[in-house]
Design a protein around this ligand. Structure first.
Ligand code: ATP
Length: 366
């Protein structure tokens, strides 16, 4: 967990020990999080981990059973106090965009501007349609637009009242795969240009890593880790985060004075991130990702393990290798002739970054 994740002048929204219980289960379990001014933070986690419930508590659509929600330093939800969504300066973008079908694009965007006079509304709508590159579609009805254009209208409408924070619930899930990738970049650019603070929800790790300033990884109603995309991917603090963010293999290693012994050879301890001599004489699990490893077919006598599965991903082949000690790792090969399943291979570490590692399992979920 980031040590500097505490409230300061640049904090827009805070969750402090927030709890949400439903009859059958605790959906959100004592969750704390600070959202900083101007950032795009993504809540990432598997289905059912409590992301949407967390977002709905930020919006005021759900009332927490414990803890506090603060917006701009003011308490907006606790056990005795609840500010309704319409009285919070919060913008919402729903999964299905929720545009008014009988209103034009311009009228949809103007909908949020109830306080503005005609001239001001005209000016703001023009400005927002410019921002989302839809100036030429002002008179169109939503069903005359593509999915990506509809999403931009929804974004413009929710930005119109200049909310303190914009909340986006699975914003790309209604778009086809290609458009999704395009819209990620576009939405990020629009949010940055508008200078708005935003929280989005997704279960797609690639989306979270590619659009966010920070990613908050959730598991089972709790916060696992918050950090920049690079820090959560390169330095996952738990096996859960390591596995959720991408294909992860773990080498059963042994650390002794001056060397780390693994089933694919020995490394200098400096290769392991933050390893201290305190762990000398203990077992460790070393995280290796597919692009860290290469497999070469060798004689059975020299092999570290065998190829048991291969997956063609387009840009690369990913081979699953079972090492002789039973560890499973993945090796990624770009533009390399296919290796056959069942072949004995030597596996080499090809990484130039320090690797994450974990002490032996202490009842941690993975
Ligand atoms: P998904 O990615 O599938 O949308 P999520 O991470 O957003 O999942 P939530 O929708 O927040 O998860 O749900 C968290 C848990 O709380 C789930 O187990 C869900 O079944 C439960 N839950 C959510 N809303 C309600 C509700 N209104 N009544 C009862 N249980 C609920």
């Amino acid at each position: 967990r980031e040590s500097d994740d505490s409230a300061d002048a640049g904090t827009v929204l805070e969750l402090d020990g927030v709890v949400k219980e439903y009859a059958a289960e605790t959906a959100v379990d004592s969750l704390s999080l600070s959202v900083r001014e101007g950032e795009l933070l993504t809540l990432l986690g598997p289905s059912g981990c409590g992301k949407t419930t967390t977002l709905r508590m930020m919006a005021g659509l759900e009332r927490p059973d414990g803890g506090e929600v603060r917006l701009g330093g003011e308490v907006v939800s606790d056990t005795s106090n609840h500010v309704e969504p319409e009285n919070r300066d919060v913008g919402l973008v729903f999964q299905d965009f929720a545009l008014f079908p009988h209103l034009s694009v311009g009228q949809n965007v103007a909908f949020g501007l109830t306080d503005a006079d005609e001239t001001e509304t005209e000016r703001r709508v023009t400005e927002l349609l410019d921002l989302v590159n839809l100036a030429g579609h002002r008179e169109a009805k939503p069903d005359e637009l593509s999915g990506g254009q509809q999403q931009r209208v929804a974004l413009a409408r929710s930005l119109a009242p200049e909310p303190d924070i914009l909340l986006l619930d699975e914003p790309f899930s209604n778009l086809d795969v290609r458009l999704r990738v395009e819209m990620r970049e576009e939405v990020r650019q629009i949010l940055k240009e508008a200078g708005v603070t935003a929280v989005s929800v997704t279960h797609d790790q690639e989306e979270a890593l590619s659009i966010s300033d920070r990613v908050a990884v959730m598991n089972d109603g709790r916060m696992e880790q918050v950090g920049t995309p690079e820090s959560v991917f390169e330095h996952p603090e738990s096996r859960f985060v390591a596995s959720f963010l991408g294909q992860a293999g773990f080498l059963s290693a042994w650390y002794e004075e001056g060397t780390v012994v693994t089933p694919i050879g020995n490394f200098a301890p400096q290769r392991l991130n933050g390893l201290t001599t305190e762990y000398a004489g203990t077992d460790l699990d070393v995280l290796v990702r597919p692009d860290d490893l290469r497999a070469t077919v060798v004689d059975e006598s020299e092999a570290d393990g065998h190829i048991i599965h291969r997956q063609y991903t387009g840009p690369s082949f990913v081979y699953r290798v079972e090492l002789d000690n039973g560890d499973m790792v993945h090796c990624q090969h770009n533009h390399v002739k296919e290796l056959d399943i069942g072949k004995p291979v030597r596996v080499e570490l090809d990484a130039d970054h320090t690797l994450a590692w974990y002490p032996p399992k202490e009842g941690e979920e993975s």
